[in-house]
Design a protein around this ligand. Sequence first.
Ligand SMILES: CC(C)(COP(=O)(O)OP(=O)(O)OC[C@H]1O[C@@H](n2cnc3c(N)ncnc32)[C@H](O)[C@@H]1OP(=O)(O)O)[C@@H](O)C(=O)NCCC(=O)NCCS
Length: 226
Amino acid sequence: MLQVPFTDLPASPVWPAALGVPAITLLPASTPAAFAIVSETPAHVPARETLLDRAMGPGRTRKSSEAIRRNRRPAEGLAFSATAPDGALLGTLRLWHIAAGQCDGEAVSALLLGPLAVEPTAQGLGVGGALVRHAVATAKVAGHGAIVLVGDPEYYARFGFSAAQTTGLAMPGPFEPRRLLALELIANTLRGAAGLIRPTGALCDEIDASRSGNDLGSSEAISAAA
Ligand SMILES: CC(C)(COP(=O)(O)OP(=O)(O)OC[C@H]1O[C@@H](n2cnc3c(N)ncnc32)[C@H](O)[C@@H]1OP(=O)(O)O)[C@@H](O)C(=O)NCCC(=O)NCCS
């Protein structure tokens, strides 16, 4: 768990250097006393869906990225929540297994990032950045080669994402090429990658059928939400 305390903050607090988040100088009265980045649990799912509805609007389930996520499980250990001290959900981010096209006839294994959303009252405080950095670091430690996403380059450039390695790739639906971004965790993972991005993660039904029925995990609501 990554914990980011800002209790006993001075007037001009400095964020923990480990987060790589720049210093901020002003905290609104609504600022939560602290937040933590934790693994998503089933208890977070209802609040996550409410947050995503509010942050992204009713059209969120029609996005091309959602077609890749629909009825799939997030990559093992790569679904995260940002929580307040009282356990309230402040933010959500998950990573999904994909094939980022092909290279030399072989599927290029990578991860898809998203959706990322932060509670409106907690935006601008580094929660989104902490979620992205934690997810990237965890994926890297787990040995994944690259992360792809569809999002605003103006936001994701600060984490190293760019469209430089996605020129040969396409989403399974409408997308703006300038918003199809990637970050290589292992150099040259996406070199020569071309073609359609498609899901490769486990289907919810496959996993659920193989379990006893009392440990469905967080993705049981994914298909319902998609
Ligand atoms: C985008 C989002 C996740 C950022 O979370 P956050 O916790 O507010 O982000 P941080 O506090 O880490 O970073 C804030 C910085 O990002 C910038 N930023 C936020 N959204 C941005 C965007 N879409 N494009 C460019 N910059 C953006 C802010 O202006 C701020 O810049 P500053 O550091 O120069 O002041 C959050 O605003 C959100 O949930 N938005 C609605 C859902 C959404 O659009 N998600 C997809 C993102 S493409």
